[in-house]
Design a protein around this ligand. Structure first.
Ligand code: ADP
Ligand code: MG
Length: 723
């Protein structure tokens, strides 16, 4: 008998162990028994052959209808043609020079046949399929355990290792395994009606019926969810145990001066979230809060108020932005919102005033030196910057709060790099405009508290979105350019967004990765500009904006656009987040199918910010019935960012959803799906929190504690791997 940590090689042999390692990275028995079937074929219920399409990689359960072997005429050798059937449709299996297989492949027998569906002479066929015959009455001796049951497990497999070989290995392992001890407290199993781990593992691989397979699957998924939530709640507890400086606004300090001067009223949501943040900041342990809100919901003011509270208490705040364009814009916005309150130490500065400074990678040495001095001396209450803020030369007098704008561009590591710049762990506020469904937030950002801004400030204009399908409606494109001319004629401005900077490159390396090879037909900023300037947009003031320009050029262009000196800005997604030019009313997105759903939603949030309604036109050459068109339809039909982010997440692989934000989770989350398993995650969260409330160190549950330690160790290891 062997333990779960034993090496596979001792059980399945050298060759198979090598394949299991190279294909799946499995080394131990435990790795393999957690490889679960995707589905089950029912023995005796044959696969539907009529349904198979050319090119499909399939495993079918079928019965042999006929089998003929003949000599080839043209060249030496023989061909064995076996016809299999599901009772109605037929398919042929062909083998060259393997006449000996005729003995196994006898008429009337059933087997599993795996391969890629090809078509030959109009008939579907599998050439040289892998197969495994189901033992029948004549083969009692070979009736090995793997096909003993009624349900045949279909595993994620590869051509080197078909599903039934995996089944054989797993059965071999299970057959020789020590009893599996259960790390979930019995009380919880009873409450939830779950089988023991031993039973669950046995049933998921060799179910007696589909119900018990399902129950076992749920039990194992629950294990993953529970461990995950325990891990996250422990991290939270660790954060709570840290000591932070409590930051409270003064009764007549910069925050109250700011509130008094603010030209509009905060929305109810902004007030609510501000209160949550203020109470976090006052706590003696660090705040870890995620502020999510629709594009345009007014997160900046909320963040600014938090920064001012910290300044009131004698501390400083850092605002981390994903791009230089955004950092520069934050500087302008914040200086404008603060007015004289940003003129600290200068002529015209008022009581309580502070200074705001900018630190980016491409600013001049002199500007950088000034900014560094202001940060280090504490004169700058607010330091805004890009990744440059993370560099070692940046020091603060008393960093009390870090605000991260647009979380998805920053990893945990970067957040942590900034934290080292403070004496006590600083408070952290993370903002995102991509709303995150609750359970995703709970899983991906489980160590953060979440605040949500749902309403938009009063007077926000609606945005209408239309598709411009260039294949079916080529004239719509001309109409698109006309619409831009009309808006400009009314004194408004327009954005045109293209996926690429120049032909064959992409602003976002992710795009090529996501959508495959770069295609020469994709619109680019550099090609589009001259074409429109000399064609349909002749006479308009057009300027390009993209990530390869120097920061001076970028910032000059943005300022000119904001000042109304440019009519049409042609850009890449550098304008995706946060850019705020209220006079811009129309946005055209070229090759819109190249962008993700949430990204499109973010992009169009740039229009409709002023007093006129916004219009967004999604240009696409994707075919009418394609999934790309479905996504674009969804974007045009709803303005609910939560709904869209859900669609977005559903289309991504789970690993991408969890991403780098949740180190260590991948190898432990085999079955759990954050969107599908919402209710399971919610109960796991509750149970985890009850367990920890009752026994913070889990001393009463040593096995559970040990399992959690393994997960923690792996999470730490993955974290270190990423360096
Ligand atoms: P986002 O949440 O997308 O970052 P912003 O903070 O940029 O949104 O706010 C969008 C716009 O709404 C800005 O011009 C901002 O000044 C304005 N704004 C924010 N809060 C309010 C409010 N309560 N009333 C009116 N306008 C507001
Ligand atoms: Mg913003």
């Amino acid at each position: 008998m062997a333990g779960l940590d034993s090496k596979l090689v001792n059980v399945v042999g050298d060759r198979t162990a090598k394949v299991l390692d190279s294909v799946f990275g499995y080394k131990t028995l435990s790795d393999l028994i957690h490889h679960y079937p995707r589905r089950y074929l029912v023995r005796g219920e044959l696969s539907d052959i009529a349904e198979l399409k050319e090119g499909d990689e399939v495993t079918v359960l079928a019965e042999i209808f006929s089998s003929t072997s003949r000599k080839l005429h043209a060249r030496k050798g023989s061909i064995l043609e076996v016809i299999v059937t599901d009772g109605s449709a037929k398919m042929s299996l062909t083998f060259f020079n393997q006449a000996w297989r005729e003995k196994e492949l006898r008429v009337g027998r059933q087997g599993l046949f795996a391969g890629k569906v090809g078509v030959f002479n109009g008939k579907r066929q599998l050439a040289h399929p892998d197969y495994e015959m189901i033992p029948d009455g004549d083969d009692v001796d070979s009736a090995v355990a793997d096909f003993a049951g009624k349900f045949l497990p279909m595993y994620p497999a590869s051509s080197k290792l078909p599903s039934w070989k995996i089944a054989q290995c797993i059965n071999l392992v299970i057959g020789g395994l020590d009893e599996i001890t259960d790390f979930i407290p019995e009380r919880i199993l009873t409450e939830r009606g779950y089988p023991t781990l031993q039973q669950a593992i046995a049933q998921i691989h060799n179910p007696v019926d589909l119900d018990s397979a399902e129950k076992s699957r749920e039990r194992i998924t629950f294990d993953e969810a529970l461990l995950m939530q325990l891990l996250l709640l422990e991290r939270r507890a660790q954060l709570r145990a840290l000591k932070a400086t409590s930051r409270k606004a003064k009764s007549s300090g910069i925050l109250s001066a700011f509130d008094a001067a603010l030209p509009w009223q905060l929305t109810a949501g902004q007030l609510q979230v501000s209160r949550e943040i203020e109470s976090d900041l006052a706590a003696p342990y660090p705040m870890h809060r995620l502020l999510q809100g629709e594009v345009g919901s007014g997160k900046t003011v909320v963040a600014l108020r938090a920064m001012l509270a910290v300044i009131d208490s004698g501390g400083q705040a850092a605002l981390l932005a994903p791009t230089e364009v955004l950092a520069a814009q934050h500087l302008r916005t914040i200086e404008k919102l603060l007015g004289p309150l940003a003129q600290g130490g200068m002529l015209g500065g008022v009581d309580n005033a502070t200074q705001v400074t900018l630190l980016t990678g491409s600013q001049s040495a002199a500007a950088r030196k000034d900014a560094l001095a202001l940060a280090a001396s504490g004169q700058a209450g607010i330091v805004i910057g890009t990744h440059a803020l993370l560099s070692e030369s940046v020091a603060f007098a008393d960093l009390g709060l870090i605000v991260v704008d647009e979380q998805h561009r920053f990893g945990v590591e970067q957040r942590d790099a900034l934290k080292t710049k403070a004496v006590n762990p600083p408070h952290l506020l993370v903002m995102t405009a991509t709303p995150i469904p609750r359970t995703v937030a709970m899983t991906v950002f489980g160590d953060l508290d979440v605040s949500t801004l749902r309403e938009l400030p009063l007077g926000r204009q609606p945005i209408t979105t239309h598709l411009v399908p260039t294949i079916e409606k080529p004239t719509f494109l001309d109409r698109t350019w006309e619409r831009i001319r009309e808006e400009v004629a009314q004194g408004h401005q327009a954005y045109i967004v293209a996926p690429r900077i120049s032909a064959g490159t992409s602003e976002d390396a992710d795009l090529d990765f996501l959508y495959g090879e770069s295609s020469p037909d994709i619109a680019s900023v550099e090609e589009l500009g001259p074409k429109l300037q000399s064609g349909p947009l002749k006479g308009l003031r057009i300027a390009p904006l993209h990530g390869r320009q120097s920061s001076e050029v970028k910032s000059a262009t943005m300022q000119a656009f904001a000042a109304g000196e440019i009519d049409v800005l042609i850009s890449t997604t550098v304008i995706e987040v946060g850019v705020d030019v209220p006079n811009a009313t129309v946005m055209v997105i070229m090759d819109a199918d190249r962008f993700g759903v949430s990204q499109l939603h973010q992009l169009r949030g740039r229009v409709g910010r002023g007093t006129s309604p916004g219009l967004c036109l999604l240009v696409t050459s994707a075919a009418a019935e394609s999934s790309a068109r479905e996504r674009l339809d969804a974007v045009s039909k709803t303005q609910d960012g939560f709904e869209l982010s859900r669609i977005d997440l559903e289309q991504r692989r789970e690993g991408d959803v969890l991403g780098a934000t949740q180190s260590g989770s991948r190898s432990h989350l085999r079955l759990l799906r954050v969107l599908r398993d919402e209710s399971l995650i919610e109960s796991a969260r509750q149970i985890a929190s009850d367990l920890l409330a009752e026994d913070p160190d889990l001393n009463r549950y040593p096995l559970l504690k040990e399992e959690l330690k393994k997960l923690q160790a792996d999470a730490a290891a993955e974290f270190i791997d990423k360096g």
